[in-house]
Design a protein around this ligand. Structure first.
Ligand SMILES: Cc1cc2nc3c(=O)[nH]c(=O)nc-3n(C[C@H](O)[C@H](O)[C@H](O)COP(=O)(O)OP(=O)(O)OC[C@H]3O[C@@H](n4cnc5c(N)ncnc54)[C@H](O)[C@@H]3O)c2cc1C
Length: 390
């Protein structure tokens, strides 16, 4: 039996950030991961899985020492965000534009490959005496006791700690094994992702156009291309995945209304199911869930991993000194993280419903709303600050 202060299951972006943060607070951490992380980063391609890292998340990664391990050439800043509605005639359509300069910030965030974020965090972990990465390994049994938790791994190891953190993604086996129920629904949609080269430069701008079937986003990449996240119905996603490249490129040009001119070429494609999923509890005695294990949201607004990083901050700030698994600290974390996440989840879900409605009245209201927000400086500044993760 090996003893730790904290055992974390899942060494993705959120679990790895939690390990670094708690280690920097002086705790001894075991980090369990089912897959061996790929730390041999090939610079010849940009992986399809990228995240819009908000300035708030950037601050956390910097504090952990991970941001400097992502070379600046692999961080693609975006300074402007443009949002508009496809269901309104082009001349009547109002464009909502956020510019970081309006609030005196250098950028709104950065687009970074998920694998580079994980590799940077693992670089910090490799240099830490306080974190032990155990991979590949899977927890086969979890025992939550009054003053400690025991975790048995498939390699026979037994670990004991005062706190267990489930950071094992949306299908979280930790959440299932500890009987925490979830609520939510599938959007019966998929997010089709690819990278595209366009005839006009992206000018460090993120674009989002709302189509009746869901939003299509263009996020600026460091090699001049843009990453596409096209949320659409399952049937439409299947159709898009099957198209030949020239037709697919034309469809993207049309769906983005030529915002960056013509799509010249596109990378390989993948599609992910979209769902809203929320754990009914984030904590149990001696257990906390963080990241997608606690909440999975629509990629609209690209907030998924940012909410997970915010969980890490809230959890580390809430834990009771002396006993990290003490229920008073865990309750404090649950109250803070849940209330913030519910607001974000509710807002994104409402936006999704509002923008996928084809009712003409709603359509006019939407466009008027975008225009109004664009003109009312305090509201706009509030939204920019929110996007920045402040
Ligand atoms: C199409 C799409 C686009 C997105 N775009 C954005 C974006 O622009 N910005 C953004 O912020 N978010 C985005 N997201 C969401 C983001 O990818 C997730 O929120 C994020 O990956 C969650 O990180 P995580 O560490 O909580 O979970 P995960 O990344 O799922 O990591 C969980 C880890 O746990 C491990 N694991 C699982 N089970 C076990 C087990 N039993 N034992 C040990 N280890 C285990 C897994 O191997 C994995 O490494 C997007 C999502 C989708 C689908």
């Amino acid at each position: 039996m090996s003893d730790y202060d904290v055992v974390i299951i899942g060494a993705g972006m959120v679990g790895s950030a939690a390990a670094c943060r708690l280690a920097s607070d002086g705790l001894r951490v075991a980090l369990i991961e089912a897959r061996l992380p790929d730390l041999n980063l090939d610079d010849n391609y940009i992986d399809l899985r990228v995240s819009a890292v908000s300035r708030g998340s950037q601050v956390l990664l910097r504090q952990l020492g991970a941001w400097r391990l992502i070379e600046p050439r692999f961080r693609s800043p975006f300074r402007v965000m443009r949002v508009w509605d496809a269901q309104v005639a082009p001349r009547a359509a109002e464009v909502l534009e956020f510019d970081s300069a309006e609030i005196g910030e250098p950028d709104i965030g950065h687009i970074v490959e998920n694998r580079r974020i994980v590799a940077a965090l693992h670089g910090v972990i490799a240099d830490s005496d306080a974190v032990e990465l155990i991979a590949p390994a899977v927890a086969t049994d979890i025992g939550l006791g009054d003053d400690h938790v025991t975790v048995t791994l498939d390699n026979g190891l037994q670990l004991r700690a005062r706190l267990l953190i489930g950071a094992d993604g949306a299908r979280s086996p930790t959440r299932e094994q500890t009987g925490i129920e979830t609520e939510g629904w599938s959007y019966h949609q998929k997010g089709v992702v690819t990278h595209v080269r366009t005839s006009r430069p992206h000018n460090e701008t993120a674009w989002q156009r709302f189509l009746p079937t869901g939003p299509i986003a263009l996020l600026p990449l460091y090699d001049g291309r843009s990453s596409i996240v096209w949320s659409t119905t399952e049937d439409e996603a299947q159709r898009l995945l099957a198209l030949d490249e020239a037709t697919f490129n034309r469809e993207i040009t049309k769906a983005t209304d030529g915002a960056l001119g013509d799509v010249i070429d596109s990378d390989k494609r993948a599609a992910f199911p979209l769902q809203l999923l929320h754990a009914k509890q984030y904590t149990r005695p001696r257990l906390a869930l963080v990241g997608d294990a606690a909440h999975a949201i629509h990629p609209l607004a690209g907030q998924g991993v940012n909410l997970g990083f915010a969980d890490v901050r809230h959890l580390a700030d809430a834990l009771t000194a002396g006993d990290p698994g003490d229920h008073v600290g865990l309750r404090r974390y649950e109250r803070k993280a849940k209330s913030e996440n519910l607001v974000m989840m509710g807002t994104l879900d409402a936006l999704h419903r509002l923008f996928t409605s084809e009712q003409p009245v709603l359509s006019r209201l939407r466009s008027a709303g975008l225009g109004l927000v664009n003109r009312v400086t305090p509201v706009k500044q509030l939204l920019i600050r929110r996007a920045l993760g402040h």
